[in-house]
Design a protein around this ligand. Structure first.
Ligand code: IVH
Length: 670
């Protein structure tokens, strides 16, 4: 039986959709809302009800259709139409003026000294592609060439239009901008999460990044994430003369742009605007970490061109780190997973760069000595970007005489073992391998995001499992049984099953993540990747000799020794054995295949002009090759720049192919 939709219903649905789109535009783009929240919610609910009642009126572009009904399985890679480059940084006015000077030779007249000065939003870059005015993809920056397709999540952001406004939209356009969260929304979210006992985030940037990478779009949909458009990634069917016109067009399409962006004439005016924004930093509703200065004129931008990773025509002028004065109330000592005992400052809470700071790192004993701190001192602290705040100095002239000395412990605060200092090292260390603080730290690290990513196994759960005697080390995790877990306080069959499922997935995590989890000294994320790529399997790494390790680029004595020592230790071998019995089989890591240098060993020598050494190495790896530090019979290709010496000679002796940087870039497809 079919039924026809009454005309007035159809009209009302179309009208509601328009009203809601208009309200979103007024709210997000014009910052001039015409409806109250309640009025908006009423319209929205009415539309949801009508669409529910009349599925015939379904329209994927309806404002109610921002959240898909299914959960994604992963994110597809998305190749950007042109590279999403990053920006070079300057940190003071002198460097900024140097940057201006380096562009002088491209100027044809003084009138061209016109700049777009925009806040540098501390969020997550996102590229939107519209075809005939309809949003078709949204992607993250990724490595600049290939990002992640996060379209479903981007659709849930109400300040991103599903369809561009106006009749005059280009046939195809790539728009670049930033996803961000307002400070007040972020704090409100964290407060609510904390009350509900849910996960909180360290800063708005992490919050936005985490949300965009959720497979279930209902999560970002429920979070206060917004978007600013600030750059053109490409366009067909329209043309622009300058950045000002681009931003103006974005606004006319219904996309929000950064309200504090200004077009200014001359270098002095840029410096003035920079100073104004530094001053306004705390009052602006979102986090900015600097100012982006772009040459306004697109013809001049074109003449100035690009370097490999950044444009010549734009620069990021960073804000200074933020500092504040507060009081040192106490010092506590914590034992890390490697047994290092670190002092931490407990401060009188102070609001700094968007967060309340109550703790700061004091690093180690040398740092304590250098700072000459006393408890009760007034101290200056600094917070730069994401990093943990640190104590810069004490103000001894402010002392009242009631201050007291900091007492350095001589026994471990966790297990009471006598502490020692390694020869020539600044760290204070607890040498007891059975120290509960070390084991807890080790297990929490093993389960952490960068390692085996075992959700639901944080420090609290680890402490409980250790206390109840269910585990003694990481291998025991893979022999846990459901009944034993389900019987624990605050656990039940559901949480037990969840943890077992998580552990099951962890059994076959990639080898590099597994190596990170083992907590071998000197082996961080990068080191683990290098080892995993070079040797492929756990047995491969285990069997590596010192020579083989040292031959790897970026692997030095310390790392090589530490790996050999770790695998040479009997209890570690026994632990790996028990892990294997528990079904742990890290997935082999192959060098990326299909690249220009697949399976080849390259040596870079001499000076490189286009790329930094690190960039060149990463390019080798990205193209499936291995960058080694010395030339041997096993070297396949040598990239030699000006000034190459003994390595080049050796390559010639061994008759190994030698190419220059330009040829290297060409082969890598750059
Ligand atoms: S323009 C060619 N403008 O900063 C210029 N970027 O290191 C491309 N960012 O990844 C970028 N605010 O995510 C531009 N007003 C702004 C920005 C901005 C923040 C981010 C962007 C980029 C990074 C550059």
């Amino acid at each position: 039986m079919t039924r026809s939709v009454p005309d007035e219903t159809r009209t009302r649905v179309l009208e509601l959709r328009d009203l809601i789109r208009e309200a979103d535009y007024r709210y997000y783009v014009l910052d001039d809302p015409t409806l109250t929240d309640t009025q908006y919610d009423e319209l929205y609910r009415e539309l949801v009800a009508l669409e529910g009642e009349w599925p015939e009126l379904h329209d994927p572009e309806s404002p109610t259709q921002r959240v898909p009904g299914v959960v994604a399985e992963g994110f597809e890679p998305f190749e950007h139409p042109s590279p999403m480059v990053s920006l070079d940084n300057v940190t003071d006015e002198e460097q900024f003026r140097d940057w201006v000077g380096s562009g002088d030779r491209y100027l044809r007249s003084e009138d061209e000294r016109r700049y777009s000065v925009e806040p540098k939003i501390d969020g997550i870059g996102l590229e939107l592609i519209y075809e005939e005015g309809v949003l078709v993809t949204a992607s993250t920056r990724g490595d600049g060439l290939v990002g992640e397709n996060v379209t479903a999540n981007a659709r849930t952001i109400r300040s991103i239009p599903q369809r561009l406004r106006g009749d005059d939209v280009p046939a195809w356009i790539a728009i670049r901008g930033e996803c961000y969260c307002r400070k007040e929304d972020f704090f409100a979210f964290n407060r609510a999460a904390e009350e509900a006992g849910e996960r909180t985030f360290a800063n708005p940037r992490n919050f936005v990044g985490g949300s965009l990478r959720m497979l279930d779009s209902r999560i970002p949909a429920s979070r206060p994430i917004r978007y600013f458009a600030y750059a053109l990634g490409g366009v067909r069917g329209a043309s622009f003369d300058n950045q000002d016109a681009i931003l103006e067009a974005f606004r006319s399409y219904g996309l929000p742009t950064i309200p504090e962006a200004r077009i200014v004439d001359g270098v002095d005016a840029v410096a003035t605007r920079y100073a104004e924004l530094v001053e306004a930093r705390d009052d602006v509703p979102y986090e900015m970490d600097g100012v982006v200065v772009k040459v306004d004129d697109l013809a001049l931008q074109e003449r100035m061109g690009m370097r490999t990773r950044s444009p010549v025509w734009a620069v990021a002028w960073k804000f200074p780190a933020q500092r504040a004065l507060t009081r040192l109330n106490d010092v506590d000592w914590s034992v890390g997973r490697t047994g290092v005992v670190t002092p931490r400052a407990i401060l009188e809470p102070v609001f700094l760069a968007g967060v309340t700071v109550q703790h700061a790192t004091l690093h180690n004993l040398d740092e304590l000595e250098r700072l000459q701190l006393q408890i009760g001192d007034e101290v200056e602290i600094e917070r730069a970007g994401d990093v943990i705040p640190k104590v810069l100095r004490a103000l001894p002239e402010q002392r009242s005489g009631d201050e007291r000395d900091i007492v350095v412990p001589d026994r471990c605060p966790a297990c009471d073992t006598e502490l020692h200092r390694d020869e020539g090292k600044v760290a204070l260390r607890c040498g007891n391998f059975a120290c509960p603080a070390q084991i807890t730290g080790h297990l929490a690290h093993f389960a952490s995001r960068g390692a085996l990513d075992i959700r639901g196994l944080g420090e609290k759960q680890v402490t409980q499992l250790l206390r109840e005697g269910l585990i003694k080390d990481a291998a025991d995790l893979f022999h846990l049984e459901e009944d034993a877990l389900a019987g624990l306080e605050r656990w039940g069959p559901k949480s037990a099953q969840n943890l077992l499922a998580q552990l099951d997935a962890a059994r076959t995590r990639p080898l590099d993540r597994f190596l990170v989890g083992l907590g071998i000294r000197e082996v961080g994320e990068r080191g683990a990747k290098i080892l995993a790529r070079a040797f492929g399997t756990l047995d491969g790494v285990r069997a590596a000799t010192k020579e083989e390790l040292l031959e790897l680029d970026e692997v030095g004595e310390a790392l090589a020794d530490s790996v050999l020592e770790w695998f040479g230790e009997e209890r570690n071998e026994a632990m790996l054995e028990r892990m294997a019995q528990g079904g742990v089989a890290p997935a082999a890591v192959a060098a990326p295949s299909g690249g220009a240098f697949e399976g080849l060993t390259l040596v870079l020598t001499g000076k490189l002009e286009e790329l930094s050494r690190d960039e060149a190495k990463r390019l080798v790896e990205a193209q499936g090759g291995r960058a080694a530090s010395s030339v041997s019979k096993r070297t396949d290709l040598v990239v030699a720049g000006p000034g190459a010496g003994s390595k080049l000679k050796k390559a010639e002796e061994l008759e190994i192919e030698v190419i220059d940087e330009a040829e290297f870039l060409r082969r890598a497809g750059r």
